[in-house]
Design a binder for this molecule. Structure first.
Ligand code: ADP
Length: 228
């Protein structure tokens, strides 16, 4: 419980910091992008083509990161609603399949007795997409992603689980995986905000998130949500 509180406070602090900085940062990036485009148009030095492209790519990457930070910071209180997982998942499966690519099999397994949760449909979709991206990254040679819903052990809860057959995490990584900005994916690849965002979304729905991961076997993320 203490850890949960700490994590929520940390998220709120980062949200404030992010909204304060991201907006100004974005304006600076616009200046950089505009200037690069002008230089690109006015120069015919072939030795500058590559460095200009690198600079533009870095600015684009910065813009994408600020966008993600702003989304993250904006994620204040959400409108809670009844979400029918039996309807949401089939409608999301096309996008999830596209995210996963052809080498990963997507299995959706919703228990009709555990199909309606209290959350926010758009946010829950975002959480599932984040989890699918992580699962894809953990299964470079393909595998299976299973999204299932079952009654939770505690009455009144529903476990929405996302399970992959990927590389798994060592305990030290699993321990820190939900921390904002914690990533093992390297500069320019991961932002470390995916699982923090999942945590935020599920917390705001009144639920909790747990990670069960075994190296070389796979990872199961369980989102326990209130039944509607
Ligand atoms: P990012 O994906 O940008 O690194 P996340 O917060 O989504 O940020 O994940 C943090 C870290 O947790 C990842 O860098 C990775 O090491 C680990 N992780 C998350 N999901 C999985 C998974 N399904 N399998 C293995 N490792 C994972």
């Amino acid at each position: 419980e203490l850890k949960r509180q700490e994590q929520s406070q940390r998220l709120a602090a980062i949200g404030q910091l992010a909204s304060g900085v991201a907006h100004d940062f974005n304006n600076l990036l616009m200046v950089i992008t505009g200037s690069l485009q002008l230089i690109g148009k006015r120069t015919d030095d072939p030795a500058l083509v590559r460095p200009l492209k690198n600079a533009q790519d870095a600015a684009d990457r910065g813009a994408a990161l600020t966008r993600q930070l702003l989304d993250f910071a904006r994620a204040g209180p959400v409108d809670l609603e009844s979400v029918d997982l039996a309807a949401l998942l089939p409608s999301l499966s096309g996008l999830l399949g596209q995210t996963l690519g052809p080498a990963i099999t997507l299995v959706i397994d919703i228990d009709p007795a555990a199909a309606t949760v209290t959350s926010n449909a758009a946010q829950l979709e975002l959480a599932l997409i984040n989890l699918a991206v992580n699962a894809r990254d953990a299964m470079p040679d393909g595998g299976t992603l299973t999204i299932a819903a079952r009654p939770a052990r505690q009455p009144g809860g529903i476990d929405l689980t996302v399970r992959d057959t990927g590389q798994g995490m060592p305990p030290a990584v699993a321990e820190r995986a939900m921390e904002p900005f914690f990533t093992t994916k390297g500069v320019g690849k991961g932002t470390g905000l995916g699982l923090a965002q999942v945590f935020g979304i599920v917390s705001r729905s009144g639920g909790s998130v747990s990670i069960d991961s075994t190296e070389g076997v796979g990872t199961t993320i369980t989102m326990t949500l209130p039944a509607a």
